[in-house]
Design a protein around this ligand. Structure first.
Ligand code: ADP
Ligand code: MG
Length: 603
């Protein structure tokens, strides 16, 4: 009994036909998809060193009876689709009944197959679309398709092939992609003289991932599952340090089909937020299961791109899934009350004003990656962490402070320990390793971004001083102050001339302790050296932001209590560029467990 049918012409008309095979990799893709549709548990791909010479895909799937084998190689012959309505709910990878026919037309194709019910198998040989032999063969249940001399009768297409290396790479990418998304299948991949890989069935995506990227990378990777808005996500995200210069290592699959999707790529990138530099791309495997009626796979001849009914829902859902998975890389924002709950009462006394920045609730609008240092508080990572971005407020006692007493009370539960080392570095465990933050550099980055926002946008809040402070300034300092007065005011200082060489300070930036704020201003006016170079060519806003941030930041050598440590983490990772201080030196380093293991001779 034949299960393959020739499609009705009215159905054929609805199918987005076109060039299905343009290179050897496309042949492999079609044959692999057929093998997966046939429920195979073992798929072996073998290629000559020159893939257009020969590619063979062998599977242990359902196989075909004799009649089906003959139908299979005809155009529009498929067992996967019958009526046009079926196009709305396609659950198989194939459905057009075109692939085998298209391949057979431009090669020497041998199909050998046996269904479980049959005693012997069938072998069909086709040359340039003509059946040249049909015979019985003894063979195991399953199917083997071998494609030789691809494009032998279409020299024009053959000329379009790239170098042998490029074709092998493209072929390998197809195989690896499918192997990564289907760990339940045993894969075998051989390229003559190049490649000989055996991938036994793996328990899950992470186990398969580990074969590709190594054990250490699997330990630091973030496997995830996430349900939302009709999308079921599964996948693995590479640790931020694995990020690459291109998107080659991003694999997306929808209902088991490997696809290209610029929407998913953009959402993935945004989900990583500021954890990787702007010019890098995450390594990731993202699988989506979705009701087939919500997608249209019949839009592209090679089915490489599909259409989602709601592309923007796809974007949002993907970004959320990635964002929540990325939390394992930032040991903060756990148990932190939502931003709104920390709004102080007007004029609250005590340790100092609590500053809630505009954009403390960045919502979920799409946020572009801004240029360095210019992003607002609602920047890329604003939504990465629900933690409040509060709070650098002063204590009256003149010591630099990262948080105030009232914030401290609200941050009671500290779930992830953060250690301080030599009053200089902050250490915290993260997935797959350890992160070490330079406390001064980190705070500098935080203050620098605040300063940029205030110097170029909304002025920073000021904390009025009960007793104005009078400073004696040298003539050059006074001149400096006069020239930068409007900018200094934007930072939150309230300064007025007080006699010949004196100024009265009536208010300081609310984000700093009084002493720190005044000290930073003095150093700024004195043009005191900062840790990093500030060029005279920088525009004044940039110079002031950099130098003020450096003078005001918590110093190396200052003890921080656990809440301050975490607040610093929170704020650092909520900046637009947490990787470096304004002078370009790193603010944190990640130490993978793998490296420690290596040093201890464990690997
Ligand atoms: P489609 O996959 O779109 O149906 P193909 O030309 O790729 O079209 O295959 C035609 C038919 O041949 C399939 O519908 C299926 O019934 C059968 N077939 C192809 N490859 C295999 C295989 N590896 N195992 C079992 N059946 C197969
Ligand atoms: Mg097919």
């Amino acid at each position: 009994m034949a299960i393959i049918r020739i499609l009705d012409p009215s159905v054929v008309a609805k199918i987005r036909a076109g060039e299905v095979v343009d290179r050897p990799a496309a042949v492999a893709k079609e044959l692999i998809e057929n093998a997966l549709d046939a429920g195979s548990r073992l798929i072996a791909i073998q290629s000559a060193s020159n893939p257009d010479r020969s590619i063979r895909v062998q599977d242990d799937g359902s196989g075909m009876g004799r009649e089906d084998a003959l139908l299979a190689v005809r155009r529009h012959a498929t067992s996967k689709l019958e009526r046009a309505e079926d196009l709305d709910g396609i659950a198989t990878l194939g459905f057009r009944g075109e692939a085998l026919a298209s391949i057979a037309e431009v090669s020497r194709l041998t199909l050998s197959t046996r269904a479980a019910e049959e005693l012997t198998g069938t072998q069909v040989e086709i040359l340039g679309g003509m059946v040249i032999s049909v015979s019985g063969v003894g063979r195991a249940v399953g199917t083997t398709v071998s494609v030789e001399d691809l494009f032998f009768n279409t020299p024009a297409r053959k000329r379009f092939l790239r170098s042998r290396e490029a074709e092998v790479r493209a072929l390998a990418r197809v195989v690896w992609s499918y192997a990564l998304v289907s760990p339940e299948v045993h894969w075998r991949f051989r390229v003559e003289g190049r490649e000989d890989t055996e991938l036994p069935t793996a328990a899950d995506l992470l186990e398969r991932w580990q074969v590709f990227y190594g054990r250490g990378s699997a330990e630091s990777a973030a496997p995830f599952e996430h349900d939302g808005a009709g999308f079921r996500f599964r996948g693995v995200l590479g640790a931020p340090e694995m990020a690459r210069a291109n998107r080659e290592q991003q694999i997306f699959a929808v209902n088991g089909r490997v696809i290209a999707s610029s929407t998913m790529a953009a959402a993935l990138r945004q989900g990583f937020g500021n954890l990787i530099p702007g010019d890098r791309h995450p390594v990731a495997l993202v699988l989506i299961d979705i009701d087939p009626s919500q997608i249209d796979v019949n839009v592209h001849p090679t089915k490489r791109e599909i259409r989602f009914r709601d592309e923007s829902a796809l974007f949002q859902a993907t970004r959320r899934a990635v964002e929540s998975a990325m939390r394992v890389y930032v040991p903060v924002a756990l148990g932190v009350p939502p931003a709104g709950s920390m709004v102080p009462e007007e004029g609250s006394a005590g340790g100092g004003a609590l500053v809630l920045e505009p954009g403390a609730d960045p919502g979920h609008e799409a946020v572009a990656e801004g240029p360095p240092g210019y992003a607002s508080g609602a920047g890329a990572a604003g939504h990465l962490f629900d933690a409040s971005r509060e709070v650098v407020a002063g204590s009256q006692w003149g010591r630099e402070r990262v948080v105030t007493a009232d914030v401290k009370e609200s941050l009671t539960e500290i779930e992830v320990p953060i250690w301080q080392l030599h009053d200089r570095y902050l250490l915290a465990p993260i997935r797959g390793g350890l992160v070490i933050v330079d406390q001064h550099a980190a705070h500098e980055r935080v203050l620098y971004e605040d300063a940029r926002i205030h110097l170029c946008g909304e002025s920073g809040p000021s904390q009025h001083l009960l007793f104005p402070r009078v400073l004696d300034l040298s003539p050059p300092e006074l001149e400096e102050l006069l020239s930068m007065e409007p900018l200094v005011r934007r930072l939150g200082y309230e300064v007025s001339l007080f006699g010949e060489r004196q100024v009265a300070i009536r208010g300081v930036p609310a984000a700093l302790a009084e002493e720190t704020a005044i000290d930073a201003l003095k150093r700024l006016l004195a043009g005191e050296e900062t840790h990093g170079e500030i060029t005279r060519d920088d525009p004044p806003e940039e110079r002031i932001a950099k130098s003020w941030a450096c003078h005001a930041a918590v110093r190396s050598g200052q003890p921080l209590d656990p809440v301050e440590r975490r607040a610093l983490f929170d704020r650092l990772f909520a900046t637009s560029l947490p990787h470096g201080d304004p002078h370009g030196r790193p603010t944190y380093v990640r130490v993978p467990l793998e490296e420690l293991d290596r040093r201890f001779g464990r690997r």
